[in-house]
Ligand binder design. Sequence first.
Ligand SMILES: Nc1ncnc2c1ncn2[C@@H]1O[C@H](COP(=O)(O)OP(=O)(O)OP(=O)(O)O)[C@@H](O)[C@H]1O
Ligand SMILES: [Mg+2]
Length: 262
Amino acid sequence: MSTLHQRGGRMTRVIGIVSGKGGVGKTTTVINLSTALMEFNKKVIALDADVKMSGLGLQLGMYHFPFTLNDVLMGKGKLFEALYIHSSGLRIIPASLSSEDVNIYRMKEVLQDQFLEDNIVLVDGPPGLEKNAIATLRVCPEVLIVTIPEMPAIVDALKVISVCRGTNTKIIGIIVNMYKNREVNQISTKEIESTFELPVIGVVPEDRDIKRGIFKGMSCVLFNPYSSASIAYKKIAAHLVGEQYKPPRYLMLKRLFRGLKK
Ligand SMILES: Nc1ncnc2c1ncn2[C@@H]1O[C@H](COP(=O)(O)OP(=O)(O)OP(=O)(O)O)[C@@H](O)[C@H]1O
Ligand SMILES: [Mg+2]
C-alpha cells in the first residue's frame, strides 16, 4: 500500500494515531503533533474518527459543531462542511458527541476526498479493536501507535500491531506517552522496541502543561512551547517530515548556563 497518496501531483499523508488501550494519549498526540507540524510549515488537518466518544474538539475548548464527520458519514453533506478552524489556526474535522450509528464503512471514501489533498491528516482513532477502531486502521495507510510504558497497554498495543501487519498498514513507529522521569517501575524504551520490533520515534513525558493547555483550550505546544512534552512533540514532528529538530535558543542558553554552574 502506498503511504503517500499522489493526487493531482500533490502529496497527501493520512496518518492514524491509534492505541490498544484507551486513555493513553491519542487525542493529546493528535492535537500537539498537529500544532508542532504547523511550525514546520506543513498543511495539517486533525480529524476525529472517534465517532462514538469524540474528544478532539472538547480538548481544544470547542464545543459547538453544527455539522461533523458523523454527518458526512451519514451522507448528509461534504467533508469541507465539517471543517472548523481553532483560534491557533489548527484546522479540525470533529466528530459528534451523539451515540447515533454512522456508516463507518464510508470512511475510506471520505478520506479520499479531494479536499484533503496536499495535507498531512492526523486521524484520532478510537482505542482497541472494536468495529470503528478496525475501520480506522483499515483506511489509514500509515499509523503511529501510542502507548504508555505499562504492561497492560503494551499487550493491547501488540494486538493492534498484529492487525496492522495483517492489513499491510505501514507502522511508522511507537510514541511512548506519560513517561515518568526517574521512575524505575515502568517498561523501558529499549524493552518496548524489542517487544514490538518497531522503533520508538518519540518519548513524551508526563507533563502538567498538557492539562493546563486543555484548561485553556489549546495545545500544550502552544500553551508552553518550552515544556518537556512540547519539545518531545516537536521532535516527533521533525522525524515525520524528515527535518532536523532545532532546540529553541532559550533551551540552549539554559543548558549552557547549567554547564557553567557545574
Ligand atoms: N504526557 C502527558 N502528561 C500528562 N497528562 C497527559 C499526557 N498525555 C495525556 N494526558 C492526559 O491523559 C488523559 C487521556 O489522554 P487522551 O484523551 O489524549 O487519551 P486518548 O488515548 O485519546 O483516550 P481515549 O482512548 O479515551 O480516546 C487526558 O486527561 C490527558 O490530558
Ligand atoms: Mg481520544
